[in-house]
Design a binder for this molecule. Sequence first.
Ligand code: ADP
Ligand code: MG
Length: 698
Amino acid sequence: MTAHADELSRLPVTVLKGVGPKSAERLARLDIETVQDVLFHLPLRYQDRTRVVPMGQLRSGEEAVIEGEIEHVEIRFGRRRSLLVHLSDGSGRVILRFFHFSAAQKNALKPGLRLHGFGEVRNGPACQELVHPEYRLVSENDTGLDEASLTPVYPTTEGMHQLSWRDLTDKALLMLHNSSTGLQEWLPADLLREYQLMELGEAIAYLHRPPPDAPQRLLLEGRHPAQQRLAFEELVAHQLSLRQARQLHRNHRGPILDGDERLQKALIGQLPFSLTAAQQRVLQEISRDMAQGRPMLRLVQGDVGSGKTVVAALAAMQALGSGHQVALMAPTELLAEQHLKSFRQWLEPLQVRVGWLSGSVKGKVRQSLLEDLAQGRVGVLVGTQALFQEDVKYHSLGLVIVDEQHRFGVHQRLALREKGVQDGCYPHQLIMTATPIPRSLAMTAYADLDLSVIDELPPGRTPVTTVVVSDQRRDQIIERVRAACARGRQAYWVCTLIEESEVLQCQAAEDVAAELQAELESLRVGLVHGRLSSQEKEQVMQAFKNGDIHLLVATTVIEVGVDVPNASLMIIENPERLGLSQLHQLRGRVGRGEVESHCVLLYHPPLGETARERLAVLRDSSDGFIIARKDLELRGPGEVLGVRQTGEMQFRIADILRDQAMLEPAREAADRLLDRHPEVVKPLVKRWLGSNTQYARV
Ligand code: ADP
Ligand code: MG
């Protein structure tokens, strides 16, 4: 593969006519630096302006060109004043609706004239409508059509119009056409044959300029073979970048933790229950990894209450039994403190010292802890991200356990790997998440990790009964709280607020607490939110645990880890604002004891179709995996993975949901490339992830 063959990936955009330094700078913002990058800047979608759609065949939701005779024009005074233009073409009728219009505009639209329009079709009250379409008046023999193929719509940045994109891609396509070699094909021929993949340059050219007879539906849905071919390559590239990260990591040296089993056995013997089959299986997978001389990177998924903590503790025993230390990190102090309690309860009887470190541990206490840690007098250190501050030195860190991984994101995950490295020896890593992710998605998003699933709950759990109730019945629900507490139970009242600012969120939770306290004067109402100090939080939680507080009003800070078995009722206000997996997680706070528990989803009407459907999923299922799959379908992978804001799982053309069937083949293909064609890994990753190859940095 010569430099010449790969020329389009080397030629800077400025070789294209009309692209000066200014445009180059703008393009660079989109990570477009070479001619190849321009070619891989693919249309987001298409408009069909190639043909006039008979009005009788219009489908709502589609964009379409229409043409017909104006029958009647009127101004309606409803909730909003609007101009309605009634059109017909013999096959049907349609209304053009304008909310902004001038008198001149209205006057020009006279009955009997022919009008040519383009816009999105919607179902209106009387018939189908185009809201604010582009339009112009035409004569009988001027059809008004000026496009021969589907019109591509490009993702863009400020200062770049669609016409500029078309111009730019025209030039790049011409260059592709005239180039002797075209685009470098990095996928090997046998793979192309096997998956019946279209030729690369052909696919690219097709997607930029689909021919007039292109199957529009397929293209609009992203299911055309040209799109699928590129989606496949993109998925392979993502796999490769993550796998590469994993491979590099596995080349490191890790401590061999196959020592004394007595500690582990002692802990098992001391537990008031026996492990579920799923816990045992996962523990074995972990044990095997830790006995290798390569650092483990394992993600343990398990639904709320599946018993991940004890599995983590047993893994910790294996490290301790081999003379190594363990760090256990959680994303919030509240959750970390919960772990601290469990670990102390289990480990201290076995003479293992469990230390605590968070941002609020300071001064002398911190100093002496750090000394003990460096001397190896602390076996397990539990805490927040403070565990890996610059000056925290371990004596011999063998295992890092991270709880609720998804909250840390890919970048932090990769950064974490560098923690605790001593003399080139990398500690093992065990990552735990309660957000069940469908397997195919997990394999794609976490291709840099090995996966274990605890797919079984301990016996004897009663599922939580969930009801969906309008907040018009808030009073009744408050009565329910009163009744439950009168029977000696406790309850959570969760405020899900959309305010951006934490201050406002907490303020709102305070208001709710005050209101509920006034209504329920005989009960003790507590409040916990993100702005309390960890000590204050701890006090409130402890009081709740002791039964001194009957009703705990909380923001979503209680989402993870909190364990109060006597709490059997949870009210979640405005659940429609949260993701399903998050709601499932919250709901997991009840149903932890013997008694039957209830969760009330107190929504604010009106509830849209999707929201209704989503809440019904939660009402009807208590299986985190089913819920996550639904969340994925309804809200997309970003929500499920908790990376919506960061855009980490955003693909250019692939769609994890639509292309589910390709995830597995893409993984296999990535395997083969790594194995037999390692030289293509780098250019493929570069092509699809550009300089944005955070995955590949290790
Ligand atoms: P999660 O997976 O949500 O972190 P935890 O580890 O907090 O779940 O476990 C939930 C509860 O179940 C804890 O009180 C724990 O002691 C208990 N538990 C864990 N494993 C078992 C088991 N095999 N049998 C019975 N109870 C168990
Ligand atoms: Mg947990």
